[in-house]
Design a protein around this ligand. Structure first.
Ligand code: PLP
Length: 221
């Protein structure tokens, strides 16, 4: 797995360069290694290089891959970056440290209930549909204020950040800038934006957390 170590190192170097160019501390930018569709041994190889933060997009897959690893690596941090069904809210609350895809009122209600029951509260980010794409999950930018109010006041949830996945064909920059503006307006410290193809642009736009899969683990089948 020398290949994986080299790829991770390259990603770290690019993060550092982009952060310094943007005038921010490279150590303040979190690298979430997206291990969806990759194996437990791929994750172990990344752990061996010191990588501690991983992202998965499905509850079931994450549970199978990470239950043992979690016991072995107590400081491992697991992020959910894919859509969450309300009937999986309890499992997600038990398994993940950060849920980045809070995208609708029913899910906020389900998470609030699950958090109370589990006595454990993952950090929560709201997914914003920055391009207002009809088929895409996420809260429309113009509805963010009222959704935040609902999460905080009606559900008692603590919201820590925003996440977005810009439309495939668009220049991602305006989307990243818009997300940063929204996070600033509502005093949300965490900004999850940037993937393999655009994480340096995202960092230039103020990202605090990049989600990188392919550039670390190679293509997914
Ligand atoms: C798969 C995925 C990523 C990682 O994508 P790469 O292009 O492989 O870096 C990041 N964020 C989300 C939400 C994803 O589903």
């Amino acid at each position: 797995m020398a290949d994986l170590a080299a790829k991770l190192k390259t990603v770290h170097q690019k993060i550092k360069t982009a952060a310094l160019a943007a005038g921010c501390n490279p150590l303040a930018i979190k690298l979430v290694a997206v291990s969806k569709k990759k194996t437990e041994s791929d994750v172990r190889a990344a752990l061996a290089t010191g990588q501690k933060i991983f992202g998965e997009n499905r509850v079931q897959e994450a549970k199978i891959k990470f239950t043992t690893l979690r016991g072995e690596f107590p400081d491992l941090e697991l992020h959910l970056i894919g859509p969450l069904q309300t009937n999986k809210a309890e499992e997600a609350v038990q398994l993940f440290d950060v849920i980045e895809t809070l995208d609708r009122p029913q899910l906020a209600t389900a998470l609030a209930k699950a958090i109370k029951k589990a006595g454990r509260a993952p950090k929560l980010y709201i997914e914003v549909n920055s391009g207002n794409e009809p088929q895409k999950a996420g809260i429309a930018p113009r509805e963010l204020e009222s959704f935040l109010h609902f999460c905080r006041e009606d559900c008692g949830l603590n919201i820590e950040g925003l996440m977005c996945i810009p439309p495939h064909k668009d220049d991602p920059k305006p989307h990243f800038m818009r997300l940063r503006e929204l996070a600033a307006r509502f005093s949300l410290p965490m900004l999850s934006m940037g993937m393999s193809a655009d994480f340096e642009i995202a960092i230039a736009c103020g990202s605090t957390e990049v989600r990188v899969g392919t550039a670390i683990f190679g293509e997914r089948s």
